[in-house]
Design a protein around this ligand. Structure first.
Ligand code: MLT
Length: 405
């Protein structure tokens, strides 16, 4: 008889953002007159910049003509986009990454979730806590963990982000046995923390020495405006031998609804004589048929001079929102992290995270994200996202200050 993948039964509650939606929908049903402002899920609100929309339209129009019509494209992405990415995001910054190392996809969430498939069932895995839940849940689904106990899965190593380490764990936080695979995310989701060159250097040295792999989620790199903070792990020499990087156009250019991202798997990573890039290529071309041509045209426009200027403006707008939120939280007397070089503000309320979530939902009509949804270390915190219009952020802050008085 057919049987199910029982690993799914180990998963705790529903996916964080699904639970938030459930509570928000219930609230909206009971308060149809309400004017809810969402600073919860990191979803962009500004429309796509005009030069990007023009490129998108052009891509659509090309599909209407027999001369320019495109059927299946290369699974890895069109050369025009991969080359633009390699040059603008890597080569020009001194990173040893070529267009052949880039794999265009429909999202960093899918890629960070899928990449674990390339590794053996019994590799040891370290994840941060607080953590973007996808890293954990996909390993649970794959059967790499035991049951959950007190909000943590047996068999996973948790790298604790604390006030003391400014939410940047180091290899010294690993058990003596180390880990085969480590997930890192900087600028961090959810804490907004950034890692310095030295801190990333420690991870790269550690992984190179031990023969481990770092899965580096850089979905929020566009928010790094401090030139001393690395945007890519490949700015650290040696990372091209031990790190895979995930990036996305979602937050960089407003593509959450348009869908385009990419994963970098350098040619020089070899495990047991097998190139990881060849393996990902095999996986990617078997399970994925490429991002649509008009979307890739739109993504390539992000690298044109006008696209660069327009997307910078989007980022600056969200960073200004982050500043307003940070300032307000400080005014309440809360300690905050992030919100500089990052769109997320991590706020220590010291109260039960879901209680604060419910209070702000019910008394301010504002949605935030409860810190405990990101792991045990997030209890007592909330995450506020800067992704909204200035007007909504100002109104939300006004209401939050009133509710928290
Ligand atoms: C978040 O709010 O953490 C993100 O929007 C989730 C995502 O990008 O998948």
């Amino acid at each position: 008889m057919i049987r199910l993948n029982n690993n799914y039964s180990k998963l705790q509650a529903s996916y964080l953002f699904v639970e938030i939606s459930r509570r928000v929908n219930a609230h909206a049903e009971n308060h149809p007159e309400g004017n809810l402002i969402k600073l919860g899920i990191g979803d962009v609100t500004n429309p796509l910049p005009s030069s990007i929309i023009r490129a998108f339209h052009k891509g659509v129009d090309e599909q209407a003509e027999s001369d320019s019509f495109k059927g299946y494209g290369p699974e890895q992405g069109y050369a025009f986009l991969r080359e633009a990415i390699a040059e603008a995001d890597y080569t020009s910054r001194g990173c040893r990454i070529s267009a052949d190392d880039i794999f265009v996809s429909d999202g960093a969430k899918c890629d960070t979730g899928n990449f674990q498939e390339l590794f053996a069932d019994d590799v040891t895995i370290a994840v941060p806590d607080p953590v973007y839940p996808v890293y954990v849940d996909t390993n649970v689904m794959a059967g790499r963990t035991g049951e959950a106990k007190d909000g943590r899965y047996e068999g996973l190593i948790y790298l604790e982000g604390t006030q003391e380490n400014n939410f940047v764990p180091s290899p010294g936080d690993l058990p003596e046995s180390g880990a085969d695979l480590v997930y890192l995310c900087f600028p961090n989701n959810p804490t907004g923390a950034t890692a310095s060159r030295e801190q990333l250097g420690e991870w790269v040295d550690w992984a190179s020495d031990r023969g481990s792999i770092i899965l580096f989620d850089a979905a929020y790199e566009a928010f790094v405006i401090n030139p001393d903070i690395p945007k890519s792990i490949y700015e650290i020499r040696g990372a091209e031998k031990c790190a895979v990087e995930f990036r996305s156009f979602s937050k960089t250019a407003g593509f959450t609804g348009t869908r385009c991202a990419y994963t970098v798997v350098p040619d020089s990573i070899e495990i047991d004589g097998v190139k990881l890039r060849d393996m990902w290529n095999r996986r990617h071309s078997t399970k994925f048929n490429g991002v649509s041509y008009p979307v890739q045209k739109a993504a390539a426009a992000v690298y044109a001079p006008e696209g660069k200027k327009e997307t910078r403006k989007l980022i600056e707008g969200y960073l200004e929102n982050a500043k307003i939120i940070r300032k307000a939280m400080k005014k309440v007397g809360y300690k905050t992290w992030g919100g500089v070089n990052s769109p997320y503000i991590w706020v220590k309320t010291g109260e039960d995270s879901w209680d604060t979530f419910d209070k702000l939902l019910n008394e301010a009509d504002v949605v935030v994200t409860p810190g405990s949804g990101f792991g045990r270390m997030g209890e007592g915190f909330i995450r506020i996202s800067a992704f909204n219009s200035r007007e909504n952020v100002e109104e939300a802050i006004h209401r939050i200050l009133k509710a928290l008085k």
